[in-house]
Ligand binder design. Structure first.
Ligand code: PLP
Length: 367
């Protein structure tokens, strides 16, 4: 019933825009979390046909699943268990992010066992304090990487880091991270490493910070058409529309309680419309009271609490029939809400709205 219609032309256009922005640099299509909910395989094929040169995923399972589906493009993964043996990963020709000597050792071991050289991207923590080697460990990480590389077990293909706040070009922390990353490059060079692919930029940095582009952009949210820099429009096109048919309408009197609680009681005679989208489908409960869906291009507020599988819209006097669609979000061109608006209503970011769209919502693809 509920469906997420994915416009692959939008993905293609966004890819071309990002690849053009990258200039001589390459572009990694970040397709983790099932392509931010759009379907990793379809997004990957589309992006690769329109200028992406790499695929990026978080986990080993995501990377192997794409290889199993025939995606042979260069691919980087950045999260794995300390118990990971990397044999399948190397056999599948997947590059691995490494921010600790233990992982280098594990990869070197896997290379010895499988006879395949491990392609690694050394990950530096430049101020986000999340993944990557902290500055005190860089010398050791580089020394071991050089040793294993001389032994023919590893190839240091990349050097990279991630930015905490690329949305705000004036943030002091951003300047500090850019300087720290430059220090990382110099330290690596001094240690005798010359990784051919240096990369730092996520979507926001790719679009507004030329100095962060280096050899490769890692584009996630922009690929899916969400503008990553608040207040700026780079011409991206949202790819996903989530909609569901109205199952039932009813005319109710003033003073009618709606949904659990009820938190909402009608103030006037109105029409209610039942829509099969709930919090299990990615409608955030905390957005109730602020959020609307659009029916015939008219914004209709959610009445009362969001249930697991359904919501009730207050459509007022709109002459709505069962079977007509209610649109949760789309491009915004026909009056429907956007992912960015939902993020505002729910107090979160667009990434969480997109990845929250549940497995029960049927994905459909359009060109
Ligand atoms: C998710 C992710 C990206 C993509 O970030 P966007 O802001 O969505 O472009 C890039 N790099 C890494 C390491 C990521 O985890």
């Amino acid at each position: 019933m509920a469906e997420a219609v994915v416009d692959l032309d939008a993905i293609a256009g966004n890819t071309r825009l990002l690849a053009a922005t990258a200039g001589p640099a390459g572009m990694m299509a970040v397709v983790k979390a099932d392509g931010f909910g759009h379907g990793a395989e379809r997004v990957a094929h589309t992006a690769l046909r329109h200028g992406a040169t790499w695929l990026g995923v978080a986990s080993v399972a995501e990377a192997l699943a794409l290889r199993a589906r025939g995606l042979t493009a260069p691919m980087l993964l950045w999260l794995y268990s300390p118990a990971e043996t990397f044999e399948e990963v190397l056999a599948a020709g997947i590059d691995v992010s490494v921010g600790a000597v233990e992982a280098l050792e594990a990869l070197a071991g896997a290379a010895e066992r499988t006879g395949r050289v491990a392609n690694v991207h050394l990950k530096l923590d430049t101020g986000m304090s999340r993944g990557g080697a902290p500055v005190e460990e860089w010398a050791q990480l580089f020394a071991w990487a050089r040793k294993f590389s001389h032994a023919g077990l590893l190839h240091v293909r990349g050097l990279w880091s991630h930015l905490a706040n690329a949305e705000d070009a004036d943030a002091p922390g951003l300047r500090a991270q850019l300087r720290e990353f430059e220090l990382g490059r110099e330290t690596a060079a001094a240690a005798g490493l010359a990784p051919p692919i240096v990369h730092l930029a996520n979507s926001a940095a790719a679009l507004q910070l030329p100095q962060a582009r280096y050899d490769l952009l890692r584009a996630g949210i922009a690929l899916y058409g969400i503008e990553p820099v608040p207040g700026r429009n780079f011409g991206l096109r949202p790819a996903m529309t989530v909609r569901a048919p109205i199952l039932l309408t009813k005319r109710v009197a003033p003073g009618t309680g709606v949904s659990y609680g009820p938190d909402f009681v009608t103030e006037r005679e109105t029409t209610l419309a039942l829509v099969p989208l709930g919090f299990a489908d990615g409608v955030p409960r905390q957005a109730a009271g602020r959020a609307s869906l659009s029916v015939r291009g008219v914004r209709c507020p959610i009445a009362g609490r969001v249930s697991m599988d359904q919501i009730v819209l207050d459509v007022g006097d709109l002459p709505v029939n069962a079977g007509e669609y209610a649109v949760m979000f789309g491009t915004g061109e026909h009056g429907e809400p956007t992912v960015a608006e939902w993020a505002g209503w729910a107090g979160t970011n667009p990434h969480e709205i997109l990845t929250g769209i549940g497995a029960r919502v049927t994905r459909r693809y359009e060109h």
